[in-house]
Design a binder for this molecule. Sequence first.
Ligand code: UT7
Length: 330
Amino acid sequence: MNRKIGVKILGTGSYFPKKILTNADLEKMVDTSDEWISTRTGISERRISEKNEPTSELAYKASIDALMSANIKAECIDLILVATTTPDMLCPSTACFLQMRLGPTFIPAFDLSAACSGFIYGIAVAKAFIESGLYKTILLVGAEELSKFTDWTDRNTCVLFGDGAGAMVLSASQENNDILSVFLGANGIYSNLLFLPAGGSVHPATVHTVNEKMHTIKMHGREVFKIAVPKMVLAATKALELSGKRLDDIKLFIPHQANMRIIEAVAKKMGISMDKVFVNIYKTGNISAATTITALDEAIKTNRVNKNDIVELIAFGGGFTWGAAVIKVT
Ligand code: UT7
């Protein structure tokens, strides 16, 4: 009798660009204050990539870190998946650029677009591919350079975002199953609340789209906030149910880091004490699809979680999309 294929998390990694942009720096750029940004968002600083440092470069460095932690060579990977909203180019995919840097030629590579929920969507895709037997070892990356799609004159958005990348290596296993559950959702009716208008087929690049700054992220923050909280609670609750675990079984909750007030509201509604919630937004800002994986990697590297601890990742983003995954720490 064939046993069901399980998924083992072999390792995680992350990378942040060196340059730090503080709230004090932003005070010199737009009409804002450290006090407003800190109290309204929880962010103190964020990392910003260099001009000649594309998203695939951050993805590459995070991948090397993850491969080292997994103790395997790039040649062992048989699929590369990159979750990103800020790719190097629309075509080819950032995953192809990453493959070129890493070296495992001919293996399939593609990008996955689900905004800030991208990494959770990626976990679901990787899990399904492995369980189906189609691929054995998958490199899943969340990589973003939101700074390159930000209107640096718009105080409503420019104080929020940052750059970074995280990676996870997942592999087929007969003995282990580290992905206990994944729950995903989306509702395109909210596409006008958080979006990047131009550069696609609706508004191909023109002088007008450039002059109107339509190639940068637009957000109706207050409306996004209102929907983010219940959807993150829903996703977290559903994924927990699917995993067969109880709230008390979860060692650490790792929510998407978009706003400290959202994180606190989600924790309060779920009845989770904040000492069980991972927070690093103060030093990263919102890095979209890179958020949950870089936070997980930091939690592992700082021994906030240890082998076999159960962790829940929870995300929400443009689309709207949302999702949560209950996983066992490798
Ligand atoms: O990652 C994907 C999901 N994204 C999110 O979940 C983000 C969700 N939204 C948020 O995090 C918050 O809505 C924001 C942080 C974006 C904004 O916070 P808010 O408490 O909702 O503020 P607001 O947009 O309602 O604006 C309040 C005031 C306004 O002034 P008036 O109209 O009351 O005079 C804004 O113009 O704050 C003003 N404001 C600022 N003031 C200083 C907006 N941005 C700034 C700023 N500095 N940077």
